[in-house]
Design a protein around this ligand. Structure first.
Ligand SMILES: [Mg+2]
Length: 269
């Protein structure tokens, strides 16, 4: 790899007060921490900086991630987690208060929406939300496509085509949306998650910091790194997950900094 981290971006790195981390492929792989992740977490807090885990996966809620991180020895709490499901619920409450929602989502997302006081209905919803529905069945899909065909506002929690698991990729919401588009001729009107603006707005609100005091770290160029590039936030690509060094040579999305894994950032702070 012919990648060089420039002195200018390494200077920006020193000013970062909160590291916004992707989880899978960045902090852990499946159920195992990536080497040095826990040291990174502890050292960042020891320096008086903080960490926010930012995930596009709307098939789990914050409790799930806290439990998962705790099992791996990481002392994260609910304040450390922000997901596309939460960002979508906040968007609905801010922009479409009181509207009923037709949801393509599993029980975790239903519970998350209930926590935000959002009413999910099975008949004639005002707004449609598509999430990563791991309990999807054909009937649900047909009903959702009917609603899309009726022209109801259609929001998606995130754009990822695949979700990494221990045994390889499984189709994620981006793939469902491609199917819905093939059937109905419509794309989502709005996508909330990385690399788009709504999840960034929520994240800025949650951290209370300006973009120049954040860094977004992830293993995926078209979501994690693109979020930084699109919103003036220092973008860090880690090579512990999906991106291979040769991808950097051809990608139109170029990160500000590249490291093999999170732990390597510590030497430069
Ligand atoms: Mg990832």
């Amino acid at each position: 790899m012919n990648w060089t981290n420039t002195p200018e971006n390494l200077e920006r790195l020193k000013r970062v007060r909160c590291f916004v981390l992707d989880m899978d492929g960045t902090f852990y792989l499946g159920n195992n921490l990536i080497e040095g992740s826990l040291r990174f977490y502890e050292e960042i807090y020891r320096m008086g900086k903080s960490i926010l885990f930012l995930t596009n996966n709307s098939s789990h809620n914050s409790d799930f991630y806290v439990q998962k991180l705790t099992r791996m020895g990481c002392p994260a709490t609910l304040e450390n987690i922000y997901s596309s499901g939460m960002a979508t619920a906040q968007y609905l409450n801010r922009n479409l208060p009181g509207k009923t929602v037709g949801l393509l989502g599993n029980q975790f997302l239903r519970d998350e929406f209930a926590d935000y006081g959002i009413k999910v209905v099975d008949e004639d919803p005002d707004v449609l939300v598509a999430g990563f529905d791991t309990s999807l069945d054909y009937k649900k899909l047909c009903v959702f496509c009917d609603w899309v065909r009726e022209g109801k506002p259609y929001i998606a929690t995130h754009p990822d085509f695949n979700c990494p698991t221990e045994t390889g990729f499984v189709p994620d919401l981006g793939s469902f949306m491609a199917l819905i588009e093939a059937s109905t001729g419509r794309k989502a009107d709005l996508i909330i998650g990385k690399p788009y603006g709504e999840i960034v707005r929520g994240m800025l609100e949650m951290t209370g910091l300006p973009p120049e005091e954040l860094a977004i770290c992830g293993d995926r160029l078209y979501t994690d790194v693109a979020t930084g590039v699109n919103h003036g936030i220092l973008s860090i690509c880690v090579l512990s997950g999906e991106t291979h060094p040769e991808d950097l040579e051809t990608s139109t999305v170029q990160p500000d900094l590249v490291f093999d894994r999170l732990e390597n950032i510590l030497d430069l702070l």
